[in-house]
Ligand binder design. Structure first.
Ligand code: HEM
Length: 210
């Protein structure tokens, strides 16, 4: 998703070597990461109290200790995700960064870059530009986060959001959507962490901005 470690130029020779991520982006990214980890771990504890499928998550991977505690963590992190997400989306749109960083997004380019990444041939020479696979993955995870919040609203206040509940196909459908959107987020995070570990200088850029 980020790049392969192959033929990395020295930092000084990188095109556009300078500010990679503005401060607001770094702050919202790390706050979002905390919110997602807390939401997933507490969500697994809530799931275990009334499983949707024929399995439970290992209690050692969950947060909250018991259903009431997990719900408190879940709601607290939900506010962080929503407030932080609004700042992230708002500033991305207002500054034109969303268009610069994530546009254009062409399926053909995504497939091309995905094939190159799987062969270990995707260059990441310019840290100020995301390749097509990164662009697709980040747009996908942003839309999935919106779906997690909307389906979560239906589960939390089903009676107060009847239109949203009907749009998602009812309470039970919203429960399934919430679960599968969570699974997609977890899948993204696993690959994301793997890629960050493979190209650690992208983590430095996300911490220091350059
Ligand atoms: C400790 C955990 C995490 C680490 C180490 C990490 C690392 C990074 C790094 C290094 C980048 C920049 C990639 C590049 O320049 O090539 C990035 C971007 C991004 N990460 Fe993470 N990440 C973490 C958790 C998460 C989580 C939990 C999410 C959401 C579910 C997330 C969503 C994103 C998104 C959407 C971007 C693109 C941001 C933008 O440019 O607008 N990350 N992450």
């Amino acid at each position: 998703m980020f790049a392969t470690a192959r033929s990395q130029p020295s930092p000084a020779s990188l095109p556009g070597h300078g500010a990679v991520h503005p401060l607001w982006l770094r702050l919202t990214h790390w706050a979002n990461a905390v919110a997602v980890f807390v939401l997933v771990a507490s969500g697994w504890r809530i799931y275990n109290a009334a499983p949707l499928f024929d399995f439970r998550f290992p209690p050692s991977l969950t947060l909250g200790g018991w259903l009431g505690g997990a719900l408190q963590w879940h709601f607290a992190a939900m506010w962080l995700l929503v407030a932080n997400g609004l700042v992230y989306l708002g500033l991305n749109l207002a500054t034109g960064r969303a268009r610069r960083r994530f546009w254009p997004l062409r399926p053909r380019e995504v497939l091309h870059d995905l094939r190159a990444a799987l062969r270990g041939q995707l260059s990441h020479a310019d840290p100020q530009r995301y390749n097509a696979v990164q662009r697709a993955a980040y747009v996908f995870v942003t839309l999935t986060s919106v779906l997690v919040v909307l389906s979560g609203l239906v589960l939390w206040k089903s009676v107060q959001f009847p239109l949203l509940r009907d749009l998602l196909g009812g309470y039970e459908a919203a429960r399934h959507i919430h679960f599968f959107a969570m699974a997609a987020l977890v899948g993204f995070v696993v690959v994301h962490l793997l890629m960050a570990a493979l190209v650690p200088r992208t983590v430095l850029a996300m911490l220091r901005g350059r």
